[in-house]
Design a protein around this ligand. Structure first.
Ligand SMILES: *[C@@H]1O[C@H](CO)[C@@H](O)[C@H](O)[C@H]1NC(C)=O
Ligand SMILES: *[C@@H]1O[C@H](CO)[C@@H](O)[C@H](O)[C@H]1NC(C)=O
Ligand SMILES: *[C@@H]1O[C@H](CO)[C@@H](O)[C@H](O)[C@H]1NC(C)=O
Ligand SMILES: *[C@@H]1O[C@H](CO)[C@@H](O)[C@H](O)[C@H]1NC(C)=O
Ligand SMILES: *[C@@H]1O[C@H](CO)[C@@H](O)[C@H](O)[C@H]1NC(C)=O
Length: 317
């Protein structure tokens, strides 16, 4: 009797150790927004906060020199740099999760869709990501808009948005989308049309396959977002082609109904969480972080034992 009890205790301990041994927290990276960098208090604290709350190792991934590159380096290059960085980080080699802030989400999706040979991304949490584009420049880009010089600057940029010069030297021009100028947008914008598989005859199935392989996609919209116009873009909603009056919710857009990047497939599988929280642009209350971000950073990394013997594919909980 006593012997049996001892043995089962030993077995419990062994099982516990085995479980600890095979389940390793999936690491995450954090991608900051425009005009900021990893060493800023906000980004450093946020990454640390997520690590503290989730118990998973987290890294704020820097692109080049931070602030300046976030503003002036085209997103195509930002995503390429992020891809190289990720491939060099051995901590991420078994797969990872992503948390993106604002413009960082366009880098995040570039990583997911374009990064050849990169490790898999499991869960992706987007905070105020302008996924369907913006119809006016982020205000933060030029400080106070009441400044006449800044207003002038914005006007100049607006007039030349799809020019080669602006496309190659101003990051947000890559996701600026003027609904009544779709022809120029599709022909000359260098980033978002490709990322969203918007250009007829140039849709790349690989981008869709990669995006569709996400386990969870969490899209967080901030109800008082004063930076992303329209704020529904953070859920993939946007204006219909040719007008600024009405807004289409994500599931009314062609990107969704024709499933250009797999958003519909993911949604049909119950893998998309459309989350709306109070607050201004990326100002998220800690209780909302706990509710909507942290759970998606607590997935476990399957070890060798959990591979499917037939397909050699990892089994994901
Ligand atoms: C970051 O955290 C430190 C220490 O917890 C705190 O002193 C500081 O105010 C925080 N900064 C921001 C921007 O949240
Ligand atoms: C994270 O936890 C450490 C250790 O408990 C603490 O010193 C630090 O202030 C925490 N940081 C944040 C941003 O929560
Ligand atoms: C689609 O993208 C993949 C991955 O980058 C690339 O290898 C392939 O050549 C692209 N296909 C087309 C038709 O452009
Ligand atoms: C954000 O979008 C909602 C509709 O989803 C709208 O009612 C609200 O006014 C928008 N907020 C801002 C600041 O534009
Ligand atoms: C489409 O999206 C809207 C807004 O998010 C939602 O209320 C509605 O239920 C969705 N419709 C379908 C058919 O899923």
């Amino acid at each position: 009797m006593e012997k049996g009890l001892k043995r089962s205790c030993v077995m419990v301990v062994v099982a516990f150790l085995a479980k600890v041994d095979i389940s390793v927290s999936v690491p995450f990276i954090m991608l900051h927004g425009i005009a900021s960098q990893c060493s800023d208090d906000t980004n450093a604290n946020f990454t640390q906060l997520l690590t503290n709350l989730s118990g998973s190792p987290g890294f704020c991934l820097e692109i080049g020199n931070g602030v300046i590159n976030s503003m002036f380096l085209p997103l195509t290059q930002q995503a390429e740099i992020a891809c190289e960085n990720v491939k060099e980080m051995k901590e991420l080699s078994q797969g990872y999760n992503i948390v993106g802030r604002s413009q960082g989400n366009l880098v995040a999706r570039g990583l997911i869709e374009f990064c050849d040979g990169g490790p898999p991304v499991f869960n992706y949490i987007s905070l105020a990501g302008p996924h369907a584009g913006i119809s006016s420049l982020p205000r933060g880009l030029c400080g106070l808009t009441s400044d006449p010089a800044c207003k002038k600057f914005n006007e100049l940029i607006k007039g030349a948005l799809y020019s080669e010069t602006i496309q190659d030297h101003l990051a947000p021009s890559g996701y600026y989308k003027i609904p009544n100028d779709m022809k120029q947008y599709l022909e000359r914008s260098k980033y978002l049309p490709k990322l969203n598989n918007e250009i007829p005859n140039q849709r790349n199935q690989t981008y869709k396959d990669r995006f569709t392989s996400l386990h969870n996609l969490v899209l967080v919209k901030f109800q008082d977002d004063e930076v992303i116009t329209p704020n529904d873009s953070t859920w993939f909603g946007f204006y219909p082609d040719g007008e600024f009056e009405t807004l289409l919710s994500a599931n009314q857009t062609k990107l969704y109904t024709e499933d250009w990047i797999g958003l519909k497939t993911l949604d049909d599988a119950g893998k998309v969480k459309f989350v709306s929280v109070p607050g201004g642009h990326v100002r998220m209350a800690e209780e909302d972080v706990v509710k909507y971000v942290v759970p998606y950073l607590q997935n476990q990394q399957p070890a060798a034992q959990s591979f499917n013997r037939k397909t050699k594919e990892p089994l994901h909980p």
